[in-house]
Design a protein around this ligand. Structure first.
Ligand code: NDP
Length: 483
């Protein structure tokens, strides 16, 4: 069986432990590859390789680094189908999504930061006639990037690209649940002769390989995307070491539908926002707040539309809903549906594991959940406050603008919101009052990579995207010259 080994200093290397973790296809339940179970010894080796590569990589001019990142982007583009198939097999997401979003976005991440560095600038201030202050932005050294399983290559490259572009050498770890496209990325590096040691990809469990990255004294910054609890653990280790930290964490995002919204568009997009990638996107709208006067009408149209989602084999190009990423996660999502029922929630559609009789033969042991819509739950119950991160959404009526804002802001999270209204003044007013890092008006997941991306409250610390990301991976130095 294929072994996914670590990529360190330009070579594929077995883990010190010689242990491997089984990698399961969530659509079939079958083990299809083995993933290196790395520990601190592997991290130490990777850090030494990265430190050796740093002087040349960091002192090269921006054009040099830009060209290498563009080569990597081109390689993925030329092998898009191979990457897309691997992502779907590893994660269970519909192939249409891997082809149209995950892999194209990974390519875009690399090319965006490769070209952004050609346009970045440093500041200079003439303090007085004979005093000039200027700012140097210097790379940090060796940095750690840790990413989750939901958008595997997309989020992996979202971190690696700005880190490398700004002159750092990287130790990166994908989730052990979805390591395959990160492994293909290391094959891509070798195929194009990417400079050795600049990017090192380590596989393994978060509590072992990931924790060793966070604790390593020579790793100067940690860019992490994942759960809020993991973020807390990472912060408790990294903060006393004074490492720079960027934490992109969980969400419990509200889709707010006012009575004056374009209902057809709102229903269509709210379904996408709730169920894309089986609800496993940190930005998914898992609470839909609907103005009283249109609640019943919205509900009927929404549920009707959810029932048309085609659930099945993720490799089928017509599938809308694939498999949940793992058996453990499937159980977690199902346990939240049970909780919702105990809390008085009423199921409008879905609510259980998909009957294997309804699945194609090869998917009978896969981890499929019916897209689930629940109503009749108060805004402050656990189902409406905790992140489920699956194909479950709730419908909540509200009376007026103030109540909509109150409900939207009521959770410990603050990642994103989507507001639906034709009233421009109301849209701006509500956007300003929402305690989130991102607000979409009459849209969802419309991304411009130049904009700051991140959350407030327990959704994280710091911003990614654009120059925010490039600057996170640099240290500013003020130089003051008297002449
Ligand atoms: P986890 O927090 O479980 O894991 C994320 C990554 O961290 C994985 O690579 C994991 O490894 C690793 N990890 C786990 N424990 C540690 C540790 N102690 N030290 C260092 N690394 C560790 O998240 P999930 O993978 O389950 O992803 C789902 C979560 O990610 C959801 O909460 C979701 O909201 C959030 N997310 C946030 C986004 C944002 O931009 N705000 C975007 C996408 C997802 P392993 O998997 O091998 O255990």
């Amino acid at each position: 069986m294929k072994k996914l080994n670590n990529y360190i200093g330009g070579d594929f290397i077995n883990p010190f432990s010689d242990n491997y973790i089984e990698n399961i296809n969530p659509a079939t339940g079958e083990v299809f590859s083995l993933v290196a179970d790395s520990d601190e010894n592997d991290i130490n080796l990777a850090v030494e390789a990265a430190k050796a590569a740093f002087p040349k990589w960091s002192s090269a001019d921006a054009n040099f680094r830009s060209k290498w990142l563009l080569k990597l982007a081109n390689y993925i583009e030329n092998n898009l189908e191979k990457f897309a198939q691997a992502e779907t097999k590893d994660n269970g997401k519909p192939i249409s999504l891997s082809r149209s979003i995950d892999i194209p976005r990974a390519i875009q991440n690399l090319s965006f930061f490769a070209t952004a560095i050609l346009h970045d600038k440093e500041e200079a201030f003439h303090t007085s006639e004979n005093v000039l202050n200027y700012t140097l932005r210097q790379p940090l050294g060796v940095v750690g990037c840790i990413s989750p399983w939901n958008l595997p290559l997309y989020l992996f490259t979202w971190k690696i690209a700005p880190a490398l572009a700004s002159g750092n050498c990287v130790i990166a770890k994908p989730s052990e649940l979805t390591p395959y496209t990160a492994y293909l990325l290391s094959e891509a590096c070798q195929a194009i002769n990417f400079p050795d040691g600049v990017l090192n990809i380590i596989h393994g469990y978060g509590h072992r390989a990931g924790a060793s990255i966070v604790a390593h004294p020579d790793i100067k910054a940690i860019s992490f995307t994942g759960g809020t609890q993991t973020g807390k653990t990472i912060a408790s280790v990294a903060a006393p070491m004074f490492k720079k930290l960027s934490l992109e964490l969980g969400g419990k995002n509200a889709t707010i539908i006012f009575a004056d919204s374009d209902l057809e568009d709102a229903v269509h997009t709210a379904v996408r926002a709730a169920f894309t990638n089986q609800g496993q996107i940190c930005l998914c709208g898992s609470r839909i707040l609907i103005e009283d006067s249109i609640y019943e009408e919205f509900k009927a149209k929404f549920v009707e539309k959810v029932k048309t989602l085609k659930l099945g084999d993720p490799t089928d190009k017509n599938t809308d809903q694939g498999a949940t990423v793992s058996k453990v996660h499937q159980d977690k999502v199902l346990s939240y549906i049970e909780l919702a029922k105990q809390e008085g929630g009423q199921l409008l559609t879905g609510g259980q594991k998909v009957d294997s009789e309804k699945l194609p033969e090869r998917c009978k042991n896969g981890f499929f959940i019916e897209p689930t819509v629940i109503e009749n739950l108060p805004a402050y119950c656990r189902t409406n406050q905790e992140e489920i991160f699956g194909a479950v959404t709730t419908l909540i009526p509200f009376e007026n603008e103030n109540e909509a804002i109150e409900f939207a802001n009521s959770t410990p999270y603050g990642l994103s919101a989507s507001v639906w209204t034709q009233n421009l003044s109301k849209a701006h007013r509500v956007a300003a009052k929402l305690e989130t890092g991102i607000v979409w008006i009459n849209s969802w997941l419309l991304r411009d990579l130049r904009t700051p991306f991140g959350g407030t409250k327990q959704s994280g610390v710091g911003r990614e995207g654009g120059y925010e990301a490039l600057h996170f991976f640099t240290e500013e130095k003020n130089v003051c010259v008297k002449f």
